[in-house]
Design a protein around this ligand. Structure first.
Ligand SMILES: [Zn+2]
Length: 177
C-alpha cells in the first residue's frame, strides 16, 4: 500500500528522497518513512507419518476449494513460531518438526507467504472456528484436490519432488529458538 497520510498521526505525507530507495512518502512530525511492504504470513503443508496431507476448507478464503494452514505473523514472532502456532490453533496438530521450502509473493493481496512443510502425528483434527472442515488425505490424492489452489499445489509438488530430503532437513520447535 502506498500511503498518502501517516498511519500513526494522520498527517499528510510528503515525498522525500531516501537514498537508494528513491522517493518515499515521509511524515515530518513522526520522522518516519512509510515504505511500501507486503504483509508476511506463513503457509504450511502438514504431513503425517502415513504420508497424508491435512487439507482444509475455509469458505471465507476460498469457496469449494481445499487450502492449507495459513496465518499472519504476529509482532515479535518468528515465522517458524507462527507456523507451529497456526497449525495447532487451526487443526489441532502439534507439529514434531518443520522445514522451510519456498516463499511466494501475492502482490494483489500485498502478501509475502513463507512456505513450510510441517510433520506431525495423525491425530483427529480439532478445528478452530475459522476452519469449516479438514481431512487427512494421501498426498497423491491431495495433489489432485489442490489443483485450483496454485500455491498449495506448488508446495505439495515441491514436497513430492524430495520427500526424504525435506523430512530430514526439518527441525524441532526448540531448534528455531
Ligand atoms: Zn505521522
Amino acid at each position: 500500500m502506498i500511503y498518502d497520510y501517516c498511519p500513526k498521526c494522520g498527517n499528510k505525507l510528503r515525498m522525500r528522497k531516501m537514498w537508494d530507495e528513491g522517493e518515499v512518502p515521509f511524515c515530518d512530525p513522526c520522522d518516519i518513512a512509510w515504505y511500501e511492504h507486503p504483509s508476511p504470513c506463513i503457509i504450511t503443508l502438514v504431513i503425517n507419518e502415513y504420508e497424508e496431507a491435512a487439507l482444509l476448507r475455509q469458505d471465507y478464503i476460498m469457496e469449494n476449494q481445499y487450502v492449507l494452514v495459513a496465518g499472519y505473523i504476529k509482532p515479535g514472532e518468528t515465522a517458524e513460531v507462527t507456523a507451529f502456532r497456526e497449525v495447532e490453533e487451526e487443526i489441532g496438530v502439534k507439529l514434531d518438526t518443520l522445514c522451510r521450502i519456498q516463499t511466494f509473493a501475492i502482490p494483489e493481496k500485498e502478501l509475502l507467504m513463507l512456505g513450510y512443510v510441517g510433520f506431525g502425528k495423525k491425530v483427529d483434527l480439532n478445528l478452530s472456528t475459522e476452519v469449516d472442515s479438514a481431512v487427512w488425505m494421501p498426498v497423491e490424492e491431495a495433489l489432485k484436490k489442490l489443483e485450483g489452489s496454485e500455491i498449495a499445489h506448488h508446495m505439495l509438488e515441491i514436497y513430492l519432488s524430495d520427500r526424504e530430503g525435506i523430512r530430514s532437513h526439518a527441525s524441532r520447535e526448540e531448534d528455531f529458538k
